[in-house]
Design a protein around this ligand. Structure first.
Ligand SMILES: [Zn+2]
Length: 236
């Protein structure tokens, strides 16, 4: 299996100092895992509660300046690692697979900082093979303990998948799993939730590595729904 050292060396980067080899010169450096929370899912939800409060306060503000003020309280309660540590290593504590929609930025939504989240985004957050491969890397090399698949309200990709309007061949391919799971009479909101659940299920069905990690309790996979209006994430 690909490990951290072989990956780094394969990229032409020296692994010296990154592996906790015990060399005294490295002893004083912060541990890249120092900011990992004990309960990553809880940490995501707590970060989202901070974001949602700021988001809703900004909605109540009457000017752009006041909205900026409302959002300025974010990124105040985070655990920050020095960039000099992060330039050599990362230890994200959650992976997020979500839509490319401009209103769905995970670092905002979860009040997270660089090195917290390993993020994969594409229109409609489907389980396309490059996404699964990226998650395999996050789990096997970076030891990320949680994957969250997150759909969102008013998703344009799901809307496009549900319509009969012609798409480009590549878009057709991207939304194929959404179309395959269409149910008669299903609302847009139900389709968005069903797609997030289906994507989460696909991860272990299509990746033996992810299935093994779940079976050995090294990984948990969840699906969630982000409501743009309120800023809240709810588990599905
Ligand atoms: Zn979307």
């Amino acid at each position: 299996m690909l490990n951290r050292r072989s990956f780094l060396l394969g990229c032409g980067v020296t692994a010296t100092g990154l592996l906790g080899s015990g060399a005294s010169a490295q002893a004083a450096e912060p541990d890249v895992r120092a900011c990992r929370p004990a309960d990553p899912l809880q940490a995501l939800l707590q970060g989202n509660a901070r974001f949602a409060a700021a988001w809703q306060a900004s909605d109540a503000a009457s000017t752009a300046e006041n909205r900026a003020e409302a959002m300025a309280g974010l990124w105040q309660d985070n655990c920050y690692l020095p960039p000099s540590t992060l330039q050599d290593a990362q230890a994200p504590w959650a992976s997020v697979l979500c839509c490319a929609d401009s209103r769905v930025s995970p670092e905002w939504i979860f009040d997270a900082v660089p090195s917290d989240l390993f993020v994969i985004r594409s229109a409609g957050n489907t389980a396309f093979k490059e996404a699964i491969a990226s998650l395999e890397y996050a789990v096997s090399v970076l030891k990320t303990p949680l994957i969250l698949v997150m759909g969102h309200s008013r998703c344009g990709a799901i809307t496009a998948a549900r319509s009969n309007a012609p798409l480009t061949p590549l878009l057709d391919e991207l939304v194929a799993p959404i179309r395959a799971n269409r149910m008669p009479g299903q609302t847009l909101d139900a389709a968005i939730r069903a797609n997030a659940r289906h994507t989460a299920e696909q991860l272990t069905q299509r990746s033996a590595l992810l299935a093994d990690a779940v079976a050995s309790a090294q990984l948990s996979i969840h699906s969630a729904y982000f409501d743009i209006g309120t800023g809240t994430v709810s588990m599905i």
